[in-house]
Design a protein around this ligand. Sequence first.
Ligand SMILES: *[C@@H]1O[C@H](CO)[C@@H](O)[C@H](O)[C@H]1NC(C)=O
Ligand SMILES: *[C@@H]1O[C@H](CO)[C@@H](O)[C@H](O)[C@H]1NC(C)=O
Ligand SMILES: *[C@@H]1O[C@H](CO)[C@@H](O)[C@H](O)[C@H]1NC(C)=O
Ligand SMILES: *[C@@H]1O[C@H](CO)[C@@H](O)[C@H](O)[C@H]1NC(C)=O
Ligand SMILES: *[C@@H]1O[C@H](CO)[C@@H](O)[C@H](O)[C@H]1NC(C)=O
Ligand SMILES: *[C@@H]1O[C@H](CO)[C@@H](O)[C@H](O)[C@H]1NC(C)=O
Length: 475
Amino acid sequence: MRLGSNTVLMSMATLVLGARRDFPHHRVLSRQAAGVTGQSIIPDLLEGLEKNPALEVGIGINVNISADLDLDLGGFQYGSDKIRGVNLGGWLVLEKWLMPELFNETGNASIIDEWTWGEYQPRDQAESLMKQHWETWITEDDFRQIAALGLTHVRIPIGYWAFQVGPGEPYITGQQTYLDKGIEWARENGIKVLIDLHGVPGSQNGNDHSGRAGPIDWYNNATNVNRTLEVVRQIAQKYTLPPYSDVVTMFELINEPSVWISPLFATVLKQYYLDAYEIVRRPFGEFGPTTDIIVLLQDGFQPMTWWGDFMTPNYNGGDYERVWMDNHYYQAFNPSYGLLDAAGHINTTCNEAGVNFAQAQLPIVDGEWSMGLWGCLANDGVAQPNVGTCNDADPNFGSGYVRFNRAYWDVQTQIYEQVGNGQGWFYWTWKNHIDSPEWGYQLAVQDGWFPQDVTDHVHTRTELCHIVVIRDEPR
Ligand SMILES: *[C@@H]1O[C@H](CO)[C@@H](O)[C@H](O)[C@H]1NC(C)=O
Ligand SMILES: *[C@@H]1O[C@H](CO)[C@@H](O)[C@H](O)[C@H]1NC(C)=O
Ligand SMILES: *[C@@H]1O[C@H](CO)[C@@H](O)[C@H](O)[C@H]1NC(C)=O
Ligand SMILES: *[C@@H]1O[C@H](CO)[C@@H](O)[C@H](O)[C@H]1NC(C)=O
Ligand SMILES: *[C@@H]1O[C@H](CO)[C@@H](O)[C@H](O)[C@H]1NC(C)=O
Ligand SMILES: *[C@@H]1O[C@H](CO)[C@@H](O)[C@H](O)[C@H]1NC(C)=O
């Protein structure tokens, strides 16, 4: 994810279709200015919440989960073991806002993404700075630390250009070597890997993290969709069978497609998912081996009611197995979240993430979420948010910002693990160079926001949402 003019993270309740380019810049919404008075958080937070009718919407829904939820992949019992993961964001796909000093070293402020990285600096410098970054940003020690916290998975974003560079595309390549190292370190530390195709030819969302900030020219260009399917085949041929398949257990077909920008996008995306699924299941064709890997569909910020029964086991007379959904939930990218106090943030999480999870017909994970809140960051619209504008002295967090963050961590992790078909989560992200625990799991643990043991909760989900939520057991 990125903070930028093009990035509005939507809740299911507030889809602002097509509004992304009008995103306000240089705006810090002050809670005080908005007239929100301070409230203490715990235990007042709990008292402030009432049994929430909105969540009961979820209770009424009779959703049929896919039958094949219980499966053992590399010793991990999907369906009963919960996924507790972090993203290795900014490693094999750069994000300027997470690593401003690396971009500073390029000496050219016009470099904002991997495309301009290759375009606007001498080739040898582009290559050596990139290699140095790959070597140092994530090492085996990170995997050891991740495992020691009880985390079970990593999600590794990677761009198509790691597999295929077209004529005229200035990308630097070499990422596969590091992906392979990461997979080996994961194996040694008992961690499972989700490979996430984060950027596709033409760009699926126009954000820097798709490789190239600018126009969205994936869905409207059949060559680009075909190229993407070829990359899916390359990834599937290499990573979904032995010797990788005991570690690489999940494959996400595309990250954050801007499906709402046109009806054509929705049509193309659904066909892409259907076609890519067949390739992933039989990467060497009809007579080759079939694969077991979990195929993850990113929801494009559409609510689960929008997706309905898409690619459930018997969808359209098909035979789909181990297809899961990925939902990204943030309260950082929409000004309306800046109006909420501590109780409101928790309550809204229950209403939005909780209800959405309850309505998923496929197994679902939250593949990106964070402590970042609108109102605690200045979004400059480029890629350089000033985080850390909320702190423990902030009256809006009552008895403490740190304590709020623990409650916000508690409520999110438990919703993603427990509600409906929820299978778990991946925090965005593991580390950053902007000194922000709001966007860095490692730092959040060091600062005492998050527990040393990932199963350790101060509050139950039921306390925080003040309701007996939906279904406690996955089916
Ligand atoms: C769930 O499955 C049962 C049994 O196959 C069926 O009777 C019911 O209509 C299904 N419910 C939904 C919401 O699809
Ligand atoms: C790098 O950082 C220095 C010090 O903040 C600043 O003066 C310079 O403009 C930056 N250069 C780039 C290319 O961002
Ligand atoms: C940065 O790159 C742009 C585009 O090539 C170029 O116009 C500009 O002169 C460069 N700036 C520096 C400081 O090299
Ligand atoms: C994309 O691939 C399909 C199926 O292989 C083919 O029919 C079509 O002509 C291709 N389109 C382009 C633009 O390459
Ligand atoms: C489609 O994308 C390819 C790059 O993958 C580009 O070469 C081609 O010009 C694009 N086609 C159209 C019609 O824009
Ligand atoms: C919680 O959310 C519900 C539904 O949006 C709302 O009616 C209620 O006022 C909220 N409560 C608090 C304390 O924010």
